[in-house]
Design a protein around this ligand. Sequence first.
Ligand SMILES: NC(=O)c1ccc[n+]([C@@H]2O[C@H](COP(=O)([O-])OP(=O)(O)OC[C@H]3O[C@@H](n4cnc5c(N)ncnc54)[C@H](O)[C@@H]3O)[C@@H](O)[C@H]2O)c1
Length: 242
Amino acid sequence: MALAFITGGTVGLGAETARQALARGWEVAVLDLSDDRLPEDLKGVQFFKGDVTREDTVTAALDAMGAVPDLLVNNAGIVTFMPLLECSKAEFERVIAINLTGAVSVSRLAAERMIPRGSGSIVNITSTGGICTSPGTHAYAAAKRGLAAMTELMAQEWGPLGLRINAVAPGMIDGGMSTGIYANEEAAERRRAAVPSRRLGTESDIAEAVMWLASDAASYVNGHELVVDGGVTKNMMSMIPR
Ligand SMILES: NC(=O)c1ccc[n+]([C@@H]2O[C@H](COP(=O)([O-])OP(=O)(O)OC[C@H]3O[C@@H](n4cnc5c(N)ncnc54)[C@H](O)[C@@H]3O)[C@@H](O)[C@H]2O)c1
């Protein structure tokens, strides 16, 4: 049975990805800061308490999971909002450490194990916030754009060794860390109107994209950032007043 290793997989997009992997017959291992929010339907997955910024905890999880993962999903992430003038060096570095450095170091630790086998897939969860930056997102935008760059670099270096490394860039998703934003129906409606598909994305939209990239159907896709945003990032000209 194939093994999927999902960071930050107890809630939100990561939990939904775990669900979809289980439904497709994968075994699932989740690493997160705590299992307090692990939903009932995911109680059967292997859970590892860990922190993507702490290589010792990631190594311990990889060593304990009983098999080399076939799929790593670098999903763990945080976002904070403030003007750049108010963003301390410590806060900037904290957001980079989890969203970028953490994802790269988990990738390297997993790749060290996948490469001797000659196969494996990594999916990095980036964001349209790294493609179209917006004021207040400081290091999150930098981290996600950086992770997209690292996706290409990993494909260049590890592709010849049998690995595929891709990214999924979610757009406006009514779920996970954005749930609070869309609790306000007026805000949700304003945003829906800006999406060519005229709806917000779901956790399932993202999990489906991850599972497709991990599947054999995507066996010739490598180094790609798949934007899943209902068309928003391609919609700029319709926002410009005539
Ligand atoms: N929800 C959205 O609208 C959206 C949009 C674009 C991109 N994303 C990206 O999707 C991914 C998942 O986001 P979500 O919306 O499900 O968020 P979420 O806040 O619901 O879940 C994030 C998970 O990451 C875990 N995590 C945080 N720091 C960690 C650390 N140091 N080590 C291990 N785990 C850690 C959290 O405990 C949590 O379980 C993130 O990378 C996020 O940037 C989300």
